[in-house]
Design a protein around this ligand. Structure first.
Ligand SMILES: NC(=O)c1ccc[n+]([C@@H]2O[C@H](COP(=O)([O-])OP(=O)(O)OC[C@H]3O[C@@H](n4cnc5c(N)ncnc54)[C@H](OP(=O)(O)O)[C@@H]3O)[C@@H](O)[C@H]2O)c1
Length: 261
């Protein structure tokens, strides 16, 4: 979670820098891409899918539950693919389905869980393992499976949906709301995801691989307490999904610009 940092809801979701200080997005908006979003049956993933479909892209609605995923795909005009990011066989089958359909240009690792919010003293290693299974190992599992397919794309892109709660800079800044939330599993999982993202970006210099923070957004994830709408929260996901070959990579971005790691 992170504090909403931009009240300009008119900012473009599909292209040029939305505000001064943004990195050059070198957008590929306008070029149809083949996109997979994990956890796209509801909330931020679903809204990102909606916006990307509206922008003319082919979007795979990744969901672990077939009924929920098929319903969302039918509503949005996307293509359902079953994918549980904690399950090797499910991820391999999703990769095979998408490969057989022609390939993939953009992977959005959006699926994430909050996990235990118990006080630190009561938090166990198993509590962390459960959250890491989705937020960290899930991203590595899906990336490992899809990177060879992405490598066949002319302009491969990976968007890892992180959080301001994974930022050491923000969680130690007394001016920021992120510093008021104290817990082990979720913040540390997103910090690990940030490092995973940075290392993947260095390992694959030909790809645009970034971590994004949607900002504190009203979804099921937080009992709809976030002040941002899903339209606002999905904005940076949608923008980073449309980065072109000259766009940033190895960056940590929200809709205002760059976050401190
Ligand atoms: N909301 C915020 O304020 C906020 C702020 C910063 C970052 N984020 C990040 O944004 C991402 C989306 O958050 P959200 O608010 O949209 O959360 P959400 O409302 O809880 O939705 C999470 C989505 O992830 C899916 N999912 C969970 N585990 C999965 C698994 N093992 N395999 C496949 N899909 C799985 C869920 O599927 P089911 O429907 O089957 O459960 C659901 O579609 C997360 O990574 C979260 O950490 C959110």
């Amino acid at each position: 979670m992170s504090e909403p940092s931009n009240t300009d809801t008119s900012a473009e979701t599909t292209g040029a820098a939305a505000s001064a200080g943004d990195p050059d997005p070198s957008s590929s908006a306008g070029t149809p891409r083949r996109i997979l979003i994990t956890g796209a049956n509801r909330s931020l993933g679903r809204e990102a899918a909606r916006q990307l479909i509206e922008a003319g892209h082919t979007v795979w609605i990744g969901a672990r539950d077939a009924e929920r995923g098929e319903a969302a795909a039918a509503d949005l005009g996307g293509h359902f693919v079953q994918i549980d990011v904690t399950d090797d066989a499910s991820v391999a089958a999703a990769r095979d389905t998408i490969a057989a359909a022609g390939g993939l240009d953009v992977l959005v690792n959006n699926a994430g869980v909050l996990g235990s919010t118990d006080p630190v003293a009561e938090t166990t290693a198993d509590d962390l393992r459960e959250v890491y299974e989705t937020n960290v190992f899930g991203v590595v599992r899906v990336s490992q499976a899809f990177l060879p397919l992405l490598a066949e794309s002319e302009a491969p892109v990976v968007v890892n949906v992180s959080s301001g709660m994974g930022s050491l800079g923000r969680t130690t800044d007394p001016e920021r709301i992120e510093s008021t939330i104290v817990g082990l599993p979720y913040p540390s999982s997103k910090a690990a995801l940030n490092m995973v993202t940075s290392q993947y970006a260095k390992a694959y210099p030909g790809m645009r691989i970034n971590a994004v923070d949607p900002g504190y957004t009203a979804t099921d994830f937080n009992g709809h307490s976030g002040p941002q709408s899903v339209e606002e929260g999905a904005e940076i996901i949608v923008r980073a999904a449309q980065f072109g070959p000259d766009g940033p990579t190895g960056a940590y971005l929200d809709r205002e610009g760059t976050l401190p790691w």
